[in-house]
Design a binder for this molecule. Structure first.
Ligand SMILES: Cc1cc2nc3c(=O)[nH]c(=O)nc-3n(C[C@H](O)[C@H](O)[C@H](O)COP(=O)(O)OP(=O)(O)OC[C@H]3O[C@@H](n4cnc5c(N)ncnc54)[C@H](O)[C@@H]3O)c2cc1C
Length: 446
């Protein structure tokens, strides 16, 4: 019952589904899953990664893991600097990429999209007028965030803490109701956007409090770039993002305008029981833009953007390892650029975007593939990222089985077609069906 997707559920359900899927590999000893680890260092020899040291963030201890191939699916592409793999960050110049929406002057490596410290909120409608029932303490940066207006180009309208934000395609301000009203039960409202628990799916709805995930433009954090930040700067940025989210929760509880003329929805409350954290914020921030490998192929707006292509269908990618489709959805950036929201045409994922130009046994397995700042906006989403990860795993396996390296698979047409057949046997779709092409094309144009 969330508008954003058919997959809207409590986080624990997602975690359990994934654990269940992995269980056969775990119990048969093929897979070891280690939680709460971050890569700390890499042992390199003759340009190859021999092993990666993973730090246990709770115990402070390290463990070295040796492997023939290393797949990086970290949120920020952590392995790339550690393994000395060439990469880019931020916004490329249109001089270099020829993209319609790239920045016009020099590249802006610090210009990355906002990240968000998400949190779920429950709602007890019966407590709306009861100020103290669920009140959280005033966050220490509240006064700062309460009067904060992002400095943006095009300009942001009013304070960030509001029920209003810039309409992504036009950057015009739009006001949303928090909840659906009786007059417009199906009208757009913020609550239903990312609802993860709906009363309506239960036989006794009144026994439940609904829950929504607050991942809205209002808690996009714009005041810093995590990529390459020192540990002190990282802590400042992360704390700022936590404070922004808590301030928004406090504002919703105490100051958000209600249709009855009152202020504050006192029945809204944080759900640390859902997140497993003390403060009720998510365990980790949601990062939209990571380091990107300097890849054999870089996907640009000219490959996928509807306007850049004058609505001409993307050219077939002969090294396709999967399909994806999502608009170019760039959130406001740490360098003051407002939304960029551009339609795309259903596209493919080229194998060359997963393989670094450097000769190294690392494969990009997430949003760290060869895209630009602009096309990251359409390759960073669930279905596409999942396909990228699956294709990266299949590529490592194929290379080990056939005693070849990824670049050979990409270069030699016989190997490439064997690999693609292997992918199709694993259930991959490498191209859009003509029915989907037709349907999507009509939908986007409309
Ligand atoms: C709050 C939020 C809102 C979002 N909104 C949307 C949306 O509206 N629509 C949409 O389509 N997408 C959205 N996304 C994006 C979507 O969630 C991601 O695209 C998706 O989760 C990526 O899945 P993944 O499995 O590829 O990567 P992840 O979920 O990041 O999982 C990768 C895992 O692998 C681990 N890992 C990395 N490298 C290794 C290694 N070598 N060995 C072992 N483990 C490794 C990482 O630690 C991590 O746990 C959203 C994401 C968030 C967090």
């Amino acid at each position: 019952m969330g508008f954003v997707s058919k997959l809207c559920h409590l986080p624990e359900i997602g975690a359990r589904v994934i654990e269940e899927m992995l269980m056969p590999a775990i119990v048969s000893g093929k897979l070891l899953v280690l939680y709460n680890r971050v890569p700390k260092s890499v042992s390199l020899s003759e340009g190859r990664i021999q092993a990666v040291e993973m730090l246990d963030t709770q115990e402070g201890t390290g463990i070295w893991i040796e492997a023939d191939y290393v797949l990086d699916a970290t949120e920020l592409g952590d392995l790339l600097p550690l393994a000395k793999v060439g990469y880019v960050t931020g916004a490329e110049s249109c001089r270099d990429t020829g993209e319609l929406h790239a920045v016009s002057g020099d590249p802006e490596p610090e210009n990355v999209q906002a990240f968000t410290w998400c949190f779920p909120m429950g709602y007890d409608a019966a407590a709306t007028a009861l100020r103290d029932e669920y009140a959280i303490p005033k966050p220490k940066q509240y006064e700062y965030w309460r009067s904060f207006t992002p400095k943006m180009e095009p300009a942001w309208s009013g304070s960030l803490l509001s029920l209003r934000y810039c309409h992504p395609p036009t950057c015009e301000p739009i006001e949303f109701p928090l909840f659906a009203s009786e007059e417009k039960p199906n009208g757009w409202n913020l609550w239903g956007y990312r609802r993860i628990l709906s009363k309506e799916v239960f036989s006794e709805p009144d026994q439940w409090h609904e829950i929504t995930l607050i991942n809205w433009p209002q808690n996009d954090y714009l005041e810093g770039n995590l990529i390459g930040a020192s540990s002190q700067e990282t802590e400042r940025i992360l704390e700022g993002a936590r404070q922004l989210s808590l301030s928004f929760a406090y504002w919703l509880q105490n100051e958000a305008p209600r249709p009855d003329g009152g202020a504050g929805y006192h029945g809204l409350y944080l759900r640390p029981d859902i997140t497993g954290t003390k403060d009720g914020l998510a365990k980790a921030p949601y990062i939209r833009e990571s380091r990107r490998i300097s890849a054999l192929t870089t996907v640009t707006e000219n490959h996928v953007g509807a306007h850049a292509r004058d609505w001409n269908w993307p050219d077939a990618m002969k090294d396709s390892v999967g399909v994806g489709w999502y608009p170019i959805d760039l959130h406001p950036s740490s360098d003051g650029k407002n939304y960029i929201d551009i339609p795309t045409l259903p596209f493919q994922i080229p194998l060359g975007a997963l393989i670094p130009q450097d000769d190294i046994n690392l494969i990009a397995a997430a949003k760290n593939i060869g895209t630009t700042h602009i096309t990251n906006g359409c390759y960073r989403l669930h279905p596409t990222e999942w396909t990228i990860g699956e294709a990266a795993g299949c590529l490592a396996s194929f290379c080990l089985t056939h005693d070849v390296v990824p670049k050979q698979v990409w270069e030699k047409s016989g190997l490439l077609s064997d690999f693609q057949t292997n992918l199709v046997d694993h259930g991959f779709e490498l191209e859009w069906s003509s029915r989907h092409q037709r349907e999507y094309y009509e939908a986007i144009k409309a």
